[in-house]
Design a protein around this ligand. Structure first.
Ligand SMILES: N=c1c2ncn([C@@H]3O[C@H](COP(=O)(O)OP(=O)(O)OP(=O)(O)O)[C@@H](O)[C@H]3O)c2ncn1[C@@H]1O[C@H](COP(=O)(O)O)[C@@H](O)[C@H]1O
Length: 112
């Protein structure tokens, strides 16, 4: 029996799919269509999905929150790909922050 997927496995597969679908025919690929519209449109979609995620959270609708969060993460992955930023860089940044309290980090920034 193979090991279950980790969240990172799912995101790594999605990143590879997005990179591959970017070259596809925009008539049959949403990723290709979005890239053809340009970076402004992709960034705008991330903003829209972020707003929809907030609305779902405030509406106390768990199923909607799951769906909107998936839309947000997907569009963020499309944006990172379009900007040439590997998702591994984002994970490395999160690893770098691990164990550093957000409160302590903000206080250190205020002293700069
Ligand atoms: N995870 C997703 C995913 N999540 C959401 N979406 C699409 O994102 C779109 C968002 O819908 P909206 O109504 O917000 O946007 P819209 O109406 O298309 O756009 P505008 O109104 O802003 O013009 C929908 O068409 C969803 O189907 C996704 N499309 C693709 N994927 C993944 O990407 C892969 C490649 O997709 P294609 O490029 O379409 O082959 C798929 O196999 C999936 O793994």
């Amino acid at each position: 029996m193979s090991a279950p997927d980790t969240p990172s496995d799912t995101l790594a597969r999605l990143e590879a799919t997005i990179a591959q679908r970017r070259q596809a025919d925009p008539s049959s690929s949403y990723v290709a269509r979005l890239n053809a519209k340009g970076i402004k449109k992709i960034a705008q979609k991330v903003g829209e999905e972020g707003t929809e995620t907030v609305i779902a959270a405030l509406a106390e609708d768990e199923a909607a929150l799951v769906g909107e969060a998936a839309d947000l993460i997907f569009h963020l992955m499309v944006l990172l790909n379009a900007k040439g930023v590997p998702f591994a860089d984002v994970l490395a940044e999160l690893d770098r922050r691990e164990g550093v309290s957000g409160i302590a980090e903000k206080a250190a920034r205020a002293q700069d």
